[in-house]
Each structure stands twice: as C-alpha cells, then as structure tokens.
Design a protein. Sequence first.
Length: 309
Amino acid sequence: MIFLGAIVLTVCAFISRVDCAAAGDWCYHLPTCNDTTWPKTFAKYCDGSRQSPININTQAAKKDSNLTEFTFIKFNSATALKTFENTGKTVKVLLESGIQISGGGLSEVYDSLQFHLHWGNGSSIPGSEHTVDGKRYPMEMHIVNAKSSYNGNTTQAVGDSTGLAALGFFIEEMSGSETGKPESWKKLTKYLANITTKGQTFTIPSGISLDDLLVGVNRSIYYRYLGSLTTPACNEAVVWTVFKEPIKVSKDLIDLFSTTVHINDTSSPFMTDVFRNIQPDLTVTKSSASTTCYSLGLMVLSLALWKNY
Ligand SMILES: *[C@@H]1O[C@H](CO)[C@@H](O)[C@H](O)[C@H]1NC(C)=O
Ligand SMILES: *[C@@H]1O[C@H](CO)[C@@H](O)[C@H](O)[C@H]1NC(C)=O
Ligand SMILES: *[C@@H]1O[C@H](CO)[C@@H](O)[C@H](O)[C@H]1NC(C)=O
Ligand SMILES: *[C@@H]1O[C@H](CO)[C@@H](O)[C@H](O)[C@H]1NC(C)=O
Ligand SMILES: *[C@@H]1O[C@H](CO)[C@@H](O)[C@H](O)[C@H]1NC(C)=O
Ligand SMILES: *[C@@H]1O[C@H](CO)[C@@H](O)[C@H](O)[C@H]1NC(C)=O
Ligand SMILES: *[C@@H]1O[C@H](CO)[C@@H](O)[C@H](O)[C@H]1NC(C)=O
Ligand SMILES: [Zn+2]
C-alpha cells in the first residue's frame, strides 16, 4: 500500500495540483479516481453484487403488501436542519437528533442522520443516481437513516445488511418560467453561497423542515430494493426506498448547485456530475399504494373478452 501510494504521488507531482486526487481518495471527475476505478481501488465492496444506484424497471417491479405507509417522526420540525457542509463531493445537511422513520416495510425504527444531494450540470444535464425506465432526473436527494439500535454508530450500521435505510427523492424542473420556487428550496439554496469551498460549514437558521423540502411528493408510492452506498466504500448495507413522484424545483435554483460550490478552493472546478453510474439490475418491489397500470391495449382486449362472455 505504501509503495502504491508513492507511485500515485509521484504521478501527481507532474499533473496540476487542483486536478490530482490524493492516494486512496476517490472522485467523480477524473479518469484516475472516477467511479470506473472504484471496483479496483475499493475492491472490498464496490465490485459486489448488490451495488447502487440502479435503473428501476417499473414494469418488472412487483407489488409487495409489506410495503405499507411510513411514519415520519419530526419531519415537520423547523429546526431539523443543523449544518450545511461542502464535503468536496456533495453538499450535506446534518439533522438534529430525534428525527426518525418507521413503517414502510422496515424492520425497526431508523434515526435520520443527514441528507445530501446528487446532480449533473444545471437542469439540462441530469445527474440523479437512480434512473426510472432509463430516465435520469436533474437531481436526487438522499436522506440517510441508521437503525436506532446502533445509536448513531455508523460503523456498526454499515456492518449490517439492513443497517441503513436511504430515502431517495428525485428533483425535477418545475414547469413554467417561475423562479425561486418552492420557498423551502429557495431558502436552502441561498446558503450554498456560504459553503463555496471544500470543508466549509454553515449553521442553518431555523425555518426549513424536511416536510417543507419534500413538498408535493406522495410518500405512499415508492420502490424498494436492497443495495449499497453509492460512494466508496460502497458497503452493501442499505435498504433503498426511491419515491416515484419528484420534488418540483424551479430551474434557477437547480442551476445554483453546479454554479456555486467548488470541489476544493475557489480556483478549483465547480462541483458538477456528482453521481455514480448505474450498476447491474437488482430485484425491485413497489409499495401497495402504487397503482397497477394496464395498457390501453390490454384494457380494450379484456373489455372485448368480457363482451364475448
Ligand atoms: C485544495 O485546496 C487547498 C487550499 O488551497 C490546497 O492546499 C490543496 O492542495 C488543494 N487540493 C487539491 C487536491 O488540489
Ligand atoms: C472515468 O474514467 C475512465 C477511465 O478510468 C474514463 O474512460 C472515463 O472517461 C472517465 N469518465 C469521466 C466522466 O471522467
Ligand atoms: C412480508 O412480511 C412477512 C412477515 O414479516 C414475511 O414473512 C414475508 O416474507 C414478507 N413478504 C415479502 C414479499 O417480503
Ligand atoms: C457545465 O455547464 C457549463 C455551462 O453550460 C459549461 O460551461 C461547463 O463546461 C460544464 N461543465 C462540465 C464539467 O461539463
Ligand atoms: C462504534 O462501534 C464500534 C464497533 O462496535 C466500536 O469499535 C466503536 O468504538 C464505536 N464508535 C463509537 C463512536 O462509539
Ligand atoms: C452567507 O453568505 C452571504 C452571501 O455571500 C453573506 O452575505 C452572509 O453574510 C453569509 N452569512 C454568514 C453567516 O456567513
Ligand atoms: C397518495 O397516493 C395514494 C395511492 O394512489 C392515494 O390513495 C392517496 O390519496 C395519495 N395521497 C395524497 C396525499 O395525495
Ligand atoms: Zn447519496
């Protein structure tokens, strides 16, 4: 390992500093450390057999009666969002303690720890991690939750095949030419200006709840599968819930993500295309509230058969 590190550092000395990742680091934007290299550099899990994200094939997803309603505890708290951080790979919000989820086919109560986002390059170059029938959305929000029984010890949670529960919400561009909508996202994105460089943190003033950010999404309709973290070390410890309906955010606010925060200092590139590519298909089920959609053709056929009866 020390030998390998020395080689990487030597090679780096010849490349511009800003564009060179430290040994053992990972990235989205360079051929030397982007997601195509993770199965080699983080071989323990990133080349596993239940990797995320995936494409969700809605026709293949069977309804599971165990996938009932969730209970969202303190998602209405106006003080839910504590700090906003630029990690150099994403922007992450730490949540206050006491926010939890249960139900939704989960085996126990999970504590909501943080949320972060994935995006492409503005609203026109989509950057969600999951795709649905091949469609990639502009952005995706991940709320990360860990089994309450681990008391916030994520080392223990990632060692359990269902230790984490991630909630994925797609973000889609609002139709029309409105700007600064919805209000909750206007408030949150305003604080991007306070975390423009890697490692910067900002204490978020009260006034934004998780319910405010998840506006307009019917949280009874979702897809479920067992997968992994989408960043190294890609631990296969995640019960994934991906909600069908997207959060609608105006274009100007979506564009702020790829034009405000940098991957390192202000002379480094803007954070763009921060998502992992699609991994091999996994079995996906859907909640009981999801509607079964018959094609018009099938309906006409069944009506015809009925008539002949
Ligand atoms: C990131 O920025 C810091 C501060 O300017 C600098 O010391 C460091 O070398 C940069 N890192 C990379 C990988 O460019
Ligand atoms: C990722 O790296 C591979 C080679 O390791 C390269 O072929 C590909 O173009 C890179 N993709 C991006 C987005 O940099
Ligand atoms: C639903 O839950 C029951 C009881 O926990 C379990 O036996 C069954 O296998 C589950 N069904 C599916 C499809 O996961
Ligand atoms: C992102 O989009 C902007 C504006 O369209 C463009 O100038 C920039 O080169 C793009 N960045 C990447 C990494 O593709
Ligand atoms: C988390 O659990 C691991 C394994 O049981 C333990 O070694 C570690 O000290 C714990 N971390 C914290 C912060 O309590
Ligand atoms: C946040 O950033 C804005 C815009 O740069 C600035 O006016 C404001 O003072 C900053 N707030 C804090 C608390 O740093
Ligand atoms: C969510 O969707 C379900 C199933 O279609 C429906 O019964 C329910 O009324 C919807 N809830 C809301 C708040 O729209
Ligand atoms: Zn994520």
